[in-house]
Design a protein around this ligand. Structure first.
Ligand SMILES: [Ca+2]
Length: 228
């Protein structure tokens, strides 16, 4: 009898721990990033009698959004200037980001408005070929301005061939990281060869700003902070 009660208590404790872990996972997901998914994701363990030695051999390509070449249509007359432009932002890395102002125009406008296209172009080198996930530090305007698109080595192709990324829940308005996800909701992996590449960030709607772009081949990595 005593053994049975003890066993019951143990089962209850395990169930409670499981609930706690599930709760932590949900919180991480809702936050839209922040932290690694387990410390073990950092580095690969090398065996050895003296203990476990960790070596961080993963690739990390970090690009300031404002360092790209911007190719943009003119914004609608009420806004003026270009659809996509570099602006100052004290909360952005390097004090600058790329902004698509609200009502500047979009590639899929309402009837009666001309489509407006814009992209930021980044040239970068991959030294180690592999599967890379893409992360973008962005700030959405609202639910009508909460997406962008990215593509690799597809210069000149239609906007519609890029990978759209965004969030269903853009509240509160703040700087946070987004990634391109698969149908299952996991970060999509892009196969990149050891070579020079071109990455483009394209407009899908007006309102978003983006600050930093990150590519990494570290499995399960979730971008956080400013990734400095
Ligand atoms: Ca920046």
């Amino acid at each position: 009898m005593g053994f049975g009660l003890g066993r019951l208590a143990l089962l209850a404790a395990v169930a409670a721990l499981g609930a706690l872990c599930a709760s932590c996972s949900q919180d991480d997901g809702a936050d839209g990033g922040g932290g690694r998914q387990g410390k073990g994701a950092k580095g690969r363990a090398k065996g050895g009698k003296g203990g476990v030695e960790f070596a961080d051999s993963f690739q990390r390509i970090r690009i300031e959004a404002e360092d790209g070449e911007i190719v943009s249509d003119d914004a609608l007359p009420e806004v003026g200037g270009k659809v996509m432009r570099v602006v100052d932002d004290p909360m952005a890395s390097g004090g600058k980001c790329v902004l698509i102002p609200d009502k500047a125009g979009t590639p899929t406008p309402p009837e009666g408005q001309p489509p407006k296209y814009a992209r930021a172009v980044y040239k970068f080198e991959v030294k180690v070929p592999g599967k890379y996930t893409f992360w973008c530090r962005r700030k959405w305007l609202d639910s009508c301005g909460d997406s962008l698109a990215v593509r690799f080595d597809s210069v000149g192709k239609p906007h519609s061939e890029a990978f759209r990324f965004g969030d269903c829940d853009s509240k509160p308005v703040r700087w946070a990281w987004s990634t391109v996800t698969t149908k299952e909701g996991k970060p999509r992996e892009f196969e990149l060869s050891a070579d020079d590449h071109v990455m483009e960030i394209l407009n899908t709607e007006d309102g978003p700003a983006f600050d930093v772009l990150l590519l990494t081949d570290e499995p399960g990595y979730v971008a956080q902070g400013m990734e400095e």
